[in-house]
Design a protein around this ligand. Sequence first.
Ligand SMILES: NC(=O)c1ccc[n+]([C@@H]2O[C@H](COP(=O)([O-])OP(=O)(O)OC[C@H]3O[C@@H](n4cnc5c(N)ncnc54)[C@H](O)[C@@H]3O)[C@@H](O)[C@H]2O)c1
Length: 236
Amino acid sequence: MPDFSVEGKQVLITGGTGGIGGAFAKAFLEHGANVIVADLVIPTSGLDPRIRYASLDVRDSAAIEALAASVDKLDVLVHCAGRASREEYQPEVFADILDIHLVGNLRLANAFRPHLKSSKGCIINIASMYAYFGSPSAPGYGAAKAGVVSLTKSLAISFAADGIRVNAIAPGWINTALTRGAQENEEVNRKIVSRIPDGRWGEVEDVAGTAVFLASSAARLINGATVPVDGGYSVT
Ligand SMILES: NC(=O)c1ccc[n+]([C@@H]2O[C@H](COP(=O)([O-])OP(=O)(O)OC[C@H]3O[C@@H](n4cnc5c(N)ncnc54)[C@H](O)[C@@H]3O)[C@@H](O)[C@H]2O)c1
């Protein structure tokens, strides 16, 4: 029978104090996993005592190596850290966005490959609808997310030699701090919602179940895939 359990698994979530990453952390915890959250910003209050928090900038290779050295076992690596900027036509900002989403992804995958090889674990990357559609206001974000889809395929093939699965989730429009501007702009908001067959913004909890599923052995034959979680946005 398919096994949907993630009980006892050790899960590292970058961007885990953010909206989607925070929901991932909660969902894994509720399903019996142990969670390490690594984020640029660790709040000073309201932390969950069941979680190990690590301050981490995913642009910093040495910091990632140090975190990897401090973790003895890992079953699931989720790269959920990210940001967008209104300045992405500036090459240095464009490069910074790629660094966080895409190069950071490779850094983490390389650093934790030995752990994941030992556990026959998996990686879950976070793409976006902008991997598929043009992003005129955030060209770096779009390029980075298209890159995440491609990197997911390449790593899936390469890491299969070590028994590691690599997949991605492409969330649609999800209600977080990242999308506050779009939600508050009446015209943009109307355009977005009218194109979503489900007719609503996604909530972070809507995305979390897919991460738990991909991490479970019920998803053992899923490799190199990017799963849209978008209320049907990408099929319209
Ligand atoms: N919200 C959406 O609609 C949506 C849609 C598609 C994809 N995504 C992706 O989902 C992921 C999470 O986004 P969110 O909506 O929860 O946004 P969020 O802003 O709530 O969370 C992003 C988190 O990433 C952290 N972060 C940013 N730069 C970092 C760095 N250099 N090192 C470590 N941590 C860093 C932030 O501190 C924050 O906690 C991102 O990759 C985003 O691109 C979001």
